[in-house]
Design a protein around this ligand. Sequence first.
Ligand code: GLY
Length: 436
Amino acid sequence: MTNILLIGHGAREDAIAETLKKNKDAKLFSFMKSKNPGISLLSEQIEIGSYSDLESIKNFAQKNKIDFAFIGPEDPLNEGVVDALQDIGISSIGPTKLMARLETSKSFTRELLDKYKIDGNPKYKVFNKNNLSEIKNFIDEFELIVIKPDGLTGGKGVKVQGDHFNTKEEAIEYCKEILESHQAVILEEKLDGEEFSLQCLTDGKTVVATPPVQDHKRAYEDDKGPNTGGMGSYSCENHLLPFLKKEDVKKALEITKKVAEAINQETGLYYKGIMYGGFILTKDGIKLLEYNARFGDPEAMNVFPLLKTDFVSICQAIIVQELGRIKVEFEKKATVCKYVVPEGYPNKPVKNEKIEVSIPKKGKMYYASVDEKEDGLYMTGSRAIAFLGIGNNLEEAEKIAEEATNSVKGKVFHRKDIGTKELIQKRMEHIKNIIE
Ligand code: GLY
């Protein structure tokens, strides 16, 4: 038997739990912030608690004789959960706090790429309270800029000129606001192109890519409305995306491999876990938007159900740094994931609203921000349930995902356009206009 500690409470962790449990020897012990019914069903034992309560996590791990831990979200990584478990002899899939800076500090990553001469950085500059006066000059250099707080913001702190603010004065005000709670703020030229996620597994020496996925950040159809954690995503049966060529994916993987090497040279340590690169295809080629030290949510749902290789063996190989010996394979299928979210999400979501859920006839369902109480299932205010369609092509997968969303009754909405021909066509035209 292999006792695995799974940390996290969302749909991403529900998909990870399902994948780990395909191995008959896997026993799951799950530590989560709120009770996810999907993960609970798959677990031998669960504990509800805070991700900053490292003592409780350690006690739960020791009590259940854990062989290794899988860390789902970024918050526990930022709290140093991997270091804490390491102190009691438990290895994790997930980087230590120092290495999780790949996600938790945007300035660390940008400067690492520069120092090791790795392609992918846009023009950028890091500002803090001491050089704030130079912001004006930087803004003047570019038509449009992006402002990123140097720290975790749940994917919602990034502001784009033209979308979230317009003038130089507004930009400076936002930077000042960020510096009240963060050490630094990063200003970058705004890149035009199509974004994609390349989620990679690594033991620090070998880097293996999962199929690329495109997420949809905006809350409403046709990419309108405020930014969210991601309303849905798709991947294609040829393990490319309609606007991506093989060499584009190769380039993104090459950047990630060089970053893994650079982290080793910089720290003397090996990064073990997930390197999820948010990339963008631009007229100047592939650029890096950011790295995350965990799987994407919803993007994890697009790749895990296609994994043909035993995931427990992959995790064990990462721990002993023998990932290079494993052939990691994915089914050649298309996937579409659609999130059902509370009305008003993301800015004013209804909370503690009960929903009725039935199992969809086709497609998969993963629980996210819901709380299972004695009298039923309640939404907690963030994305509630993810539905996944898998098919021989996008059309099939989209149809399955869309139909599956009907399984939820309550004060909810979702984006019907994700994975549709019309939206994909728009993406293709966008990239054609940029590149030609
Ligand atoms: N889908 C965006 C993220 O996981 O950060």
